[in-house]
Ligand binder design. Structure first.
Ligand code: ATP
Ligand code: MG
Length: 429
C-alpha cells in the first residue's frame, strides 16, 4: 500500500472548527485598522531572493538559515516571503505611492514562511497581520501603532495577559558607535562567550544582547549600555513616545536588551509579550526603520510598523478562554424536509428566506435520513431553530418551528410569517 501523503512539517491545515475563531480575530483587526485610517495592501507571497537579502540583512537568522529559497524555471532565485515589510516597501516604491513625502498607512495579512524548528507557537508556515506607516517621522505615529494594538487587546479581552516592552536603538550612526564599543568590550572577553555569541561578534554583535545564555548575560552586566550612546534626536523621539503612551494610560517596561532580529530597525523597537504561552511569548513586534526605504533604492522615507503572529494570538485567546460565545454557533436555522414534494417546495421557501433575511445562516437537509437522524443533525449543527417541512405542513403552507435551545414550544408558522418569526435569532448571530 502506498504511503498516505501528509502536509509539510510545521505547515498546518486550519479546519472548519477552527476557522470561526480566525475569522473573528481577522475581522476584529480589520475593523479596527479601518477605524484608524489604514488601507489594506496585498503583496505576492513569492519575491526575488535579493529583496530579502537586501532588506532583512545577510547576517540575520532569517536570511542565513530560515528562508525557503528555490530556482524559478528560468533560473531566477525566488523566496517564499519570511515577513511582510520588505515586500511592502518594494511595493510602495514600485508604485511610487510614498514619493514626494506622501503619507501611507498600510496593513496586510497572510502567510509567512520560515524554516524554523516547529513547536507550540512556532511554525514553518505561519500568519501575520502587519501594519506599516510611511513618511511620518514623529513619535506620534509610533504611539498610534501601539495605542491601536492596546485597543485591540482590549476588544479581545486579553489586556491583562500582555506586557509592552520598549527600547530605542538610536540612529544608525549612534548604533554604529555603540557597536564598536560593544565589540571592543566583548572581544577582550571572547573566550567567556558562548559559541553562538562568538560567531555573532563578527556578524551581528547587537544580537548578543538577547542571548539566552546565563554566562553571557552575566558578562553583559558590565558591558557598555546602548542607552548611553543614544544621540539627542533619538532621545527626544523616545521621550516623545513615552509621554504619549503615558497620556494614553498604556503601561510599558523599558527593556534595554530588546534589539530585534532584523537589521533594519532604528530608534523605536517594541514587543508585546505574554507569559501564558511558554517560550513563544512574543505576540506582536515592531519598530521604526527610517533607513530601509533608502537602503532599498528609494528616496529618504521614514517608516515604522509591526507584525503580529496570528497563531500565537489564537492560542492566547483559547488559553485564556476568551473565545466569544457568539462565534461558537455557526448556524441559525436548520431545515429538514421530508418527502419529494416537500423537498422541492423547500428550495423556493429557503431561497425566499435568504432574500428576506439577509445574513441568515440557513442549512438545508433534504436528502437523507429518518426524522430522528435529521433531527440529530439539526441539533448538532448548533442552530437555534429546526424547521420541519413534511406533507402536512406543505398542504397548509406552514412549517413546524422547533426551538432547539430551550426557547419555548414547537409551533406551526405560516410561510409568510416566517421572516418576522426568525428575525430575532439572526440579529443575535
Ligand atoms: P521570535 O523571536 O518569536 O522568533 P521574531 O522576532 O522572529 O519572533 P518577527 O519577525 O518580529 O518575529 O515577527 C512578528 C511576529 O510574528 C512574532 O512576534 C510572532 O508573533 C510571529 N512569528 C514569528 N515567527 C513565527 C513562527 N515561526 N511561527 C509563528 N509565529 C511567528
Ligand atoms: Mg524568529
Amino acid at each position: 500500500m502506498s504511503k498516505t501523503l501528509q502536509a509539510i512539517r510545521g505547515m498546518n491545515d486550519i479546519l472548519p472548527e477552527q476557522t470561526p475563531l480566525w475569522r473573528y480575530f481577522e475581522s476584529t483587526v480589520a475593523r479596527l485598522l479601518d477605524g484608524y485610517g489604514y488601507g489594506q495592501i496585498r503583496m505576492p507571497i513569492v519575491e526575488f531572493t535579493e529583496l530579502f537579502k537586501r532588506s532583512i540583512g545577510e547576517v540575520t537568522d532569517i536570511v542565513e538559515k530560515e528562508m525557503y529559497t528555490f530556482a524559478d524555471r528560468n533560473g531566477d532565485s525566488l523566496t517564499l516571503r519570511p515577513e511582510g515589510t520588505a515586500a511592502c516597501v518594494r511595493a510602495v516604491l514600485e508604485h511610487g505611492i510614498t514619493g514626494g513625502g506622501q503619507v501611507q498607512k498600510l496593513w496586510y495579512i497572510g502567510p509567512m514562511f520560515r524554516h524554523e524548528r516547529p513547536q507550540k507557537g512556532r511554525y514553518r508556515q505561519f500568519h501575520q497581520i502587519g501594519v506599516e506607516a510611511f513618511n511620518l517621522a514623529g513619535p506620534d505615529v509610533d504611539a498610534e501603532l501601539i495605542i491601536l494594538t492596546w485597543r485591540l487587546w482590549g476588544e479581545l479581552g486579553i489586556r491583562d495577559a500582555v506586557t509592552l516592552e520598549l527600547n530605542s536603538l538610536g540612529t544608525s550612526e549612534a548604533r554604529g558607535r555603540y557597536r564598536e564599543a560593544l565589540v571592543e568590550f566583548l572581544s577582550a572577553r571572547i573566550s567567556q562567550l558562548d559559541e553562538d555569541s562568538q560567531r555573532r561578534l563578527a556578524t551581528n554583535p547587537l544580537r548578543i544582547l538577547d542571548s539566552k545564555n546565563p554566562e553571557t548575560q552575566a558578562l553583559l552586566v558590565d558591558a557598555p549600555k546602548l542607552s548611553e550612546y543614544l544621540d539627542e534626536e533619538s532621545v527626544v523621539h523616545f521621550n516623545g513616545l513615552k509621554a504619549r503612551l503615558d497620556a494614553a494610560g498604556i503601561p510599558y517596561v523599558i527593556n534595554p536588551k530588546l534589539v530585534r532580529g532584523l537589521d533594519y530597525y532604528s530608534k523605536t523597537v517594541f514587543e508585546w509579550v505574554t507569559d501564558k504561552l511558554g517560550a513563544q511569548g512574543t505576540v506582536c513586534a515592531g519598530g521604526r526603520y527610517d533607513g530601509l526605504v533608502e537602503q532599498m533604492g528609494g528616496k529618504p522615507t521614514t517608516g515604522v510598523g509591526f507584525a503580529m503572529g496570528i497563531e500565537r494570538l489564537i492560542l492566547l485567546l483559547e488559553t485564556l478562554e476568551k473565545v466569544p460565545e457568539s462565534i461558537a454557533r455557526q448556524v441559525d436555522v436548520y431545515l429538514c424536509a421530508f418527502g419529494d414534494a416537500a423537498e422541492l417546495a423547500a428550495i423556493a421557501l429557503t431561497e425566499r428566506l435568504r432574500d428576506q433575511l439577509p445574513g441568515i445562516r440557513l442549512v438545508v437537509n433534504a436528502s437523507a435520513g429518518s426524522f430522528k437522524s435529521q433531527f440529530k443533525k439539526a441539533d448538532k449543527s448548533g442552530a437555534l431553530y429546526a424547521l420541519i417541512l413534511g406533507d402536512d405542513e406543505l398542504a397548509k403552507q406552514e412549517v413546524s418551528v422547533k426551538p432547539l435551545r430551550g426557547q419555548g414550544e414547537q409551533q406551526s408558522i405560516a410561510w409568510d410569517a416566517l421572516p418576522a418569526h426568525l428575525a430575532p435569532c439572526i440579529a443575535q448571530g
